[in-house]
Design a protein around this ligand. Structure first.
Ligand code: ADP
Ligand code: MG
Length: 602
């Protein structure tokens, strides 16, 4: 008997579909792309159970007549190209004719209602029902012009896939990403995302990216966008980039698009961050929307099955152009601001009034953050337990140290702080040899144990002096729902305040530093970024680690002698002083034997 068999068509389809349709968000992506290609001005996305139960995308695009509607679900059925020779000229989002057939093969049911625009009043809409990949019903139906596709019970018959889906809210978060991403680049289209009886996101068709960005990232970001524009022989670049004062702790908000398609390109993101290098601290990332219009023959969108990762010809040239365009736009914007402008901004802020152009948008009026963003240095510099210590003492001079030794209680194990090296390591002398302590790792360990103790004793929460109002992005709203209970237990007290605004009353007691809206928002963003973790218990520990890291002195922080001394004392009072919460060593000892070897004495 032969071992090799040809798979039946159903199996072939399901396998192929798996490459295009990985999860509910992929369905949303394909359907939105079809609506955009159909020339829609309005796209409504409705989902239930994070898209696992239901996804319905409705548009007011060109629609399909009955014949087309039936063919649309066939494999490789597309109206967008007619042969391989067109592959170099693709300007539509779709072209492979795989999405609808794939979706139909992995969903329990698909219902299509569509109607073409026609002078003929007699034309009615077409309705098609597909169950388990087969057309079971075709009929006429009254319908507005456009298309509505409803997908139910995704992967019902593909348990291997279904198993890998995350919780409803986690899948919903991905859908939010897809919708908001397309809404930004297609600002000329109105988008709405509806889930769980409420509108999670809604944009209004407009001339620029500012409207969708305002509704995703809030007025503070929208107000701080600088438009960019550049043109070369083979590419035109448009977009908007955030000022250097507006940063995020992850590169998630560097949004790159090629010919209207949201893409990932390491070359592009690197080119964007490069423009900010030396202006924003390491570990921080800018906000940017970059839209490239490029001759389709210069870009290969076909590398990745879901068309996400792209490659460019002349990638280096493109990257350089992008970097310099952004740099130029940023410095021009800053130039404009210096001088009288800056004065005005200062005065206005003092009065507690926004310096915006007075957008008559309710989001601006209601959710204006009370505190303006702080200068980068103070925003970024972490503060250790001993920040309050005045830095009036000489760092390493022998005489000073002697005096200090008398004041400070001695360190365990006969350690003696000698000084700081590379703004990162505390250098100490001890009976075992030369001791190097990573200041950040040590501070993290101390804070982690402090927080863990407070958590166990139920005293982790600390009320803010005055509540902070945050404008959350649509995705963050979903994440907050997902994480609500855990966050509460970790000391956060957060209440809805209308729209995407939330009131924060309490936060975990990790120090002064978290009193500003930006800092609190940053912590939440980081926590949400952890969202992909497993159980609740590990989640809590991860949160503790993150909070510990957040509040701790970082590399590059100059430390006074007493600060170092106190840090070491606190470190050695810890239960596990040897490692930071992530398991990296806090301390390295170079023994006298090792030193002797290094110096050739042995
Ligand atoms: P592709 O987008 O790659 O052409 P799809 O499987 O996504 O392949 O769609 C097949 C065809 O169905 C499209 O080429 C288009 O003609 C038609 N179609 C799909 N969705 C819509 C829509 N929302 N409005 C109008 N036509 C559509
Ligand atoms: Mg398509």
């Amino acid at each position: 008997m032969t071992k090799i068999k040809l798979l039946d068509q159903d199996a072939v389809n399901k396998i192929a579909a798996g490459e295009v349709i990985e999860r509910p968000a992929s369905v949303v992506k394909e359907l939105i792309e079809n609506s955009i290609d159909a020339g829609a001005t309005k796209i409504l996305v409705e989902v239930a159970e994070g898209g696992k139960g239901l996804i319905r995308v409705t548009d007011d695009g060109c629609g399909m007549d009955r014949e087309d509607a039936l063919i649309a679900f066939e494999k490789h059925a597309t109206s967008k190209i007619s042969g391989a020779e067109d592959l170099d000229r693709i300007l539509t989002l779709g072209f492979r004719g795989e999405a609808l057939s794939s979706i139909a093969s992995v969903a329990k049911s698909v219902d299509l209602v569509t109607k073409v625009k026609s002078e003929d009043l007699g034309v009615t809409g077409t309705q098609i029902r597909i169950m388990d990949g087969k057309v079971v019903d075709v009929g006429e139906v009254g319908s507005p012009v456009g298309t509505s596709i409803e997908v139910r019970e995704l992967f019902r018959n593909v348990p291997a896939r279904r198993k890998y889906l995350k919780s409803g809210r986690a899948e919903l978060a991905r859908i939010v990403d897809v919708v908001t991403s397309y809404a930004v680049i297609n600002h000329h289209i109105s988008f709405e995302l509806f889930s769980g009886n409420k509108t999670l996101f809604k944009s209004v068709r407009s001339e620029s990216w500012n409207d969708p960005i305002l509704r995703i990232l809030g007025s503070d970001v929208a107000r701080n966008l600088v438009p960019i524009e550049a043109e070369s022989k083979f590419v035109s670049v448009t977009g908007a980039v955030g000022r250097r004062t507006i940063t995020r702790s992850s590169p998630d908000w560097i949004m790159t698009y090629v010919n209207g398609r949201s893409v990932r390109s390491r070359a592009l993101s690197r080119a964007v961050t490069e423009a900010y290098r030396t202006f924003i601290p390491t570990g921080r990332y800018p906000i940017a929307v970059i839209s490239l219009r490029i001759d389709p023959s210069m870009v290969d969108v076909n590398v990745h099955p879901a068309k996400m990762e792209v490659r460019f010809l002349r990638e280096e040239e493109l990257a350089e152009m992008l970097t310099s365009t952004i740099q130029l736009a940023l410095s021009k914007a800053e130039e404009k601001e210096s001088g009288p402008q800056q004065m005005k901004a200062l005065q206005v802020t003092e009065l507690g009034v926004s310096e915006g152009e007075g957008e008559a948008d309710e989001a601006t009026a209601v959710h204006e953050p009370a505190v303006t963003s702080r200068p980068i240095e103070s925003a970024e510099e972490g503060y250790g337990a001993a920040t309050e210590v005045q830095r009036t003492l000489p760092l390493t001079s022998g005489g000073g140290r002697l005096d200090l030794d008398l004041e400070s209680s001695p360190l365990p194990g006969g350690l003696r702080v000698l000084g700081q090296a590379l703004l990162l390591y505390i250098v100490a002398d001890g009976p075992e040899g030369l001791v190097l302590v990573d200041q950040h790792a040590a501070a993290e360990r101390i804070r982690y144990e402090m927080l863990a103790k407070k958590y166990t004793s139920g005293t982790i929460s600390q009320e803010l002096i005055s509540p902070i109002t945050l404008e959350l992005s649509p995705k963050e709203v979903v994440m907050l729902e997902e994480w609500g209970e855990v966050l509460e237990e970790m000391g956060f007290e957060i209440h809805p305040f209308g729209g995407n605004a939330y009131h924060v009353r309490s936060i975990p007691a990790i120090g002064q530093r978290l009193e500003s809206p930006e800092a609190v928002h940053d912590v939440l963003r980081d926590l949400f970024a952890l969202g992909r973790m497993g159980t609740e218990a590990t989640a809590k520990d991860e949160i503790l680690k993150l909070l510990a890291c957040r509040g701790s002195i970082k590399a590059g922080h100059e430390m006074a002698w007493k600060e170092m001394h106190d840090l070491l004392r606190e470190l050695f009072a810890c239960e596990n002083p040897k490692t930071c919460p992530h398991g990296r060593p806090t301390t390295v000892t170079i023994s006298s034997v090792q030193l002797e070897k290094i110096f050739g004495r042995r």
